[in-house]
Design a protein around this ligand. Structure first.
Ligand code: SF4
Length: 300
């Protein structure tokens, strides 16, 4: 495609992803978001993706500042809307490596509808949700993943709500790759982002990111356990039923303070939405984006 031809084959260095301008709105010291940035840079470098080959769409929240720290094509969208923008970009230009990002409030709350339907349609992209179990940027309000009993300015007596279970929701909605990692484990996080970027379909990563500023009494997400490595867990991530059971156990464990991470579901057989649309002739084989650069193309 016009996009991928620009950077293809160029050797990349992690510094290539560092913008020349210092971010004006910065993350707090100790924030787990730095772990996402480090893992994303490592993954992009390992796959040899140059900044010109990548599009990063973000929502609103501390997670949305990722665009300021990571130099690629970018689109800082409105609250909860990183996925629709990412979907359109990927459909128009399948050659671009699309990463969508947002927080738990942004992605599971305000943009929850988009999350379900992007998963259902299996759009080819990596979706990283910075899950710190609160709204960080707006000063620590209760979010969809806050544990029951969690006290905040919006729930001063403690939340009376059961938290949303993002892994299970992702599976029921239709994601074809589902993983959870944590900022305290950048090596596992990098490996998971590499797999997600290589996956043809909707790859959802629930990324546990500590917020030391507003979620002080809560977790640092340590010690974590990798369910794919530990002898205590035996399940097949390609088996939907076994994956569902493992997710239910994992989400209950997090509520009890035990951090389980790893790959929970992998389906490499299901075609992505773009592939489906091309197969039925609803979209042309060549990237739509090329038509915008082609002055001789006659629109019908
Ligand atoms: Fe990170 Fe929390 Fe600071 Fe936001 S408020 S940058 S989530 S530590």
């Amino acid at each position: 495609s016009a996009f991928s031809a620009i950077g293809e084959g160029r050797e990349v260095d992690q510094n290539d992803y560092t913008p020349e301008l210092e971010p004006q709105a910065t993350w707090c010291p100790g924030c787990g978001d730095f772990g996402v940035l480090k893992a994303l840079k490592g993954a992009a470098q390992e796959l040899g993706k140059s900044p010109e080959e990548m599009l990063l769409t973000t929502g609103i929240g501390c997670s949305g500042k990722l665009n300021s720290y990571f130099d690629s094509y970018g689109f800082h969208t409105i609250h909860g809307r990183s996925l629709p923008v990412a979907r359109a970009a990927k459909l128009a230009n399948p050659g671009v490596e699309v990463i969508a990002a947002g927080g738990d409030g942004d992605g599971y709350g305000i943009g929850g509808n988009h999350f379900m339907h992007t998963a259902r349609e299996n759009h080819d992209m990596t979706y990283i949700v910075f899950n710190n179990e609160i709204f960080g940027l707006t000063k620590g309000q209760t979010s969809p993943t806050s544990p029951k009993g969690h006290k905040s300015k919006t729930q001063p007596h403690g939340s009376a709500k059961e938290p949303l279970r993002p892994l299970s929701l992702s599976l029921t909605s239709g994601s074809s790759y589902i993983a959870r990692t944590a900022a305290v484990n950048p090596n596992q996080a990098k490996e998971i982002i590499v797999e997600a970027m290589e996956h043809d379909g909707f790859a959802h990563i629930d990324f546990l990111t500590q917020c030391p500023t507003w979620n002080k009494d809560a977790r640092q997400y340590v010690p974590y356990i990798d369910v794919n490595e530990s002898d205590d867990y035996d399940f097949d991530p390609t088996d939907r039923r076994e994956a569902a059971d493992m997710m239910a156990e994992t989400e209950q464990a997090l509520h009890e303070g035990k951090v389980l991470t790893g790959r929970f579901y992998v389906d490499n057989d299901r075609p992505s939405y773009g592939e489906e649309k091309r197969a039925i002739g609803e979209m042309p084989e060549e990237p739509l984006a090329e038509r915008y650069f082609d002055d001789s193309y006659e629109w019908e």
